[in-house]
Design a protein around this ligand. Structure first.
Ligand code: NDP
Ligand code: GDR
Length: 323
């Protein structure tokens, strides 16, 4: 039986990845940083909270990571933990750099110091492309991050590559484009919209305040994307891969799909509120997943429309169950 250590287990991707690895027969251990008031809601939603072992540790505390690796003896480490909200990274640039950037280096050092044979996955991001240098972004596209979050991710990305090249360690970066689900945090735009649509549909909310609705993103389903993380660590050689759908849509398109699903017109409810504008915006992202398709045999399975509709349905169900 293989052992996987997942950092960020209480987040969206941590929950779906833990479920996938349990189904594959792994012993799954989650690093718990103890901050959320109810950190287990996603894991209980997937009915897997009792099948996971938890161990205390924080990405900003190297000594805690060394102790965890020594105790757990993982075969694979999936580093998903981060301050992951781009908007908050301007308010907390130093914390974001410490967790999202330096945290990666702490984990790499903890592995190097204990057992350098452990395979390592780093959650890199399309935010590293930022002010995009090519219309469609692949593993070869130059980076130009536009937020403290993007800069911190780029540091983690290069460190992951550098440890592979310097120490011959099995380290991979997945450059994942936006991926969403009913387990997405409410601060991210898709879930903010689907939650609002459900509340408006049942008469609990009157309007939805958003920032730049002309921003374009390549949105996929988180459940599909965690499979790619696992596949990367099963290859004969470590490498970096873009994971995306190859289709881009505006926030406006997403609103239209979500509101249409409950028979409403988005234009009647959306209010543009400059407080949600960012100091520097990433206007458009569009990924080319050809390398992942060819080498990992990975394909996204869920369409953008299906994704948004299933999120609206999940939010409607949640709200109706609470009533
Ligand atoms: P979430 O924000 O849902 O989860 C982040 C996780 O990190 C939470 O479990 C959080 O714990 C944990 N965490 C935060 N700070 C620390 C710390 N100091 N030490 C240990 N754990 C910590 O993110 P997602 O699941 O959406 O994303 C997973 C990863 O993938 C992140 O690194 C993100 O930046 C990256 N990514 C995400 C994409 C997406 O579209 N979802 C796209 C590309 C990359 P707690 O619950 O206690 O706060
Ligand atoms: P992003 O996701 O910044 O791409 O980072 P987010 O959903 O926060 O924003 C997407 C786009 O929507 C615009 N937008 C708004 N965003 C939010 N959150 N709230 C609003 O009210 C709003 N109005 C318009 C934003 O300006 C932006 O253009 C996500 C995170 O998961 C990162 O961790 C990950 O690395 C990247 O995706 C890939």
């Amino acid at each position: 039986m293989k052992t996987a250590l997942i950092t960020g287990i209480t987040g969206q991707d941590g929950a779906y990845l833990a479920k996938l690895l349990l189904e594959k027969g792994y012993r799954v251990v989650g690093l718990l940083a103890h901050r959320s008031t109810n950190p287990f809601w996603r894991l209980s939603y997937l009915n897997i909270d009792t099948q996971i072992e938890f161990t205390d540790g924080d990405l900003t505390d190297l000594s805690s990571l060394i102790r965890v690796i020594e105790k757990i003896e993982p075969d694979e480490v999936y580093n998903l933990a981060a301050q992951s909200f781009v908007g908050a990274s301007w308010q907390q640039p130093i914390l974001t750099s410490q967790v999202t950037g330096m945290g990666v280096l702490h984990m790499l050092e903890a592995i190097r110091a204990t057992d350098s044979q452990i395979k390592f996955y780093q959650a890199s991001s399309s935010e590293m492309f930022g002010l995009v240098q090519q219309a469609v972004q692949s593993e070869e596209t130059p980076f130009y991050p536009r937020s403290p979050y993007g800069v911190a991710k780029l540091f983690g990305h290069w460190m992951t590559k550098n440890y592979r090249e310097s120490y011959n360690m099995f380290t991979c970066s997945g450059i994942l484009f936006n991926h969403e689900s009913p387990l997405r945090g409410l601060e991210f735009v898709t879930r903010k919209v689907t939650d609002a649509v459900a509340r408006i549909a049942v008469g609990e909310q009157k309007e939805l305040r958003l920032g730049n609705i002309d921003a374009k993103r390549d949105w996929g389903y988180a459940g599909d994307y965690v499979e790619a993380m696992w596949l990367m660590l099963q290859q004969p050689n470590p490498d970096d891969y873009v994971i995306a759908t190859g289709r881009t849509s505006t926030v406006r398109d997403m609103c239209q799909i979500a509101f249409n699903h409950v028979g409403l017109n988005y234009e009647d409810y959306i209010v543009i509120d400059p407080q949600f504008y960012r100091p520097a915006e990433v206007d458009i992202l569009l990924g080319n997943p050809a390398k992942a398709r060819k080498q990992l045999h990975w394909e996204p399975k869920t369409s953008f429309e299906e994704l948004i509709q299933l999120m609206v349905e999940a939010d409607l169900k949640r709200i109706k169950e609470k009533e």
